[in-house]
Design a protein around this ligand. Structure first.
Ligand code: CO
Length: 178
């Protein structure tokens, strides 16, 4: 199991580097990312969320955990977007925080698979939402950046709590001198 980093860990606001090595270690990482995502009951997970600043994300918007609906996108780019949807959106790096967010309804992505082969995939609804949410992680953006001010007000306290918890975790241990 990989550890999911939480906001405001700086890896979440750092643009990730393109993947150039398509060796067995990449396939292994992707496998571990799927397992970590399932364990956390998420539908998408980007490599920066497990502390790895590379352009990789996994999604699975199937009902159970069927491998047929698993998608790993390496070095993904948007090909086209269409329509509009508004719905609740959350993030494993912001546990318990959900906001209403507008997104395109249909999104087509182009990406490489774990072997480096390019492919195109189109997602609608939740999958389209996940494609773009995860892509933003690779660009060092978080999903709260461009929400309506009224939505932000609703979660401000929760975000402050996350910031406080992060500070606690990363505070250097006081040295005891005797
Ligand atoms: Co996220």
């Amino acid at each position: 199991m990989l550890t999911i980093v939480r906001y405001p860990d700086p890896v979440l606001t750092t643009p990730a580097k393109p993947v150039t090595d398509f060796g067995p270690r990449l396939a292994q990482l992707v496998e571990e990312m799927f397992l970590t995502m399932y364990q956390s009951k998420g539908v998408g997970l980007a490599a920066p969320q497990v502390g790895i600043s590379q352009r990789i994300y996994v999604v699975n918007c199937g009902k159970e955990q069927p491998p047929e609906t698993e998608l790993a996108l390496i070095n993904p780019v948007v090909v086209s977007v269409e329509g509009e949807q508004c719905g609740d959106e959350g993030c494993l790096s912001f546990p318990g925080i959900f906001v209403q967010k507008k997104r395109p309804k249909t999104v087509t992505m182009r990406a490489q698979d774990v072997h480096g082969k390019w492919f195109e995939v189109t997602g609608e609804g939740l999958l389209a939402r996940a494609f773009l949410h995860e892509l933003e992680h690779l660009d060092g953006k978080v999903f709260l950046e461009d929400i309506e001010p009224a939505e932000f007000v609703k979660v401000r306290k929760d975000i402050d709590n996350l910031r406080r918890a992060y500070k606690e975790r990363t505070r250097p241990k006081e040295r005891v001198v005797s």
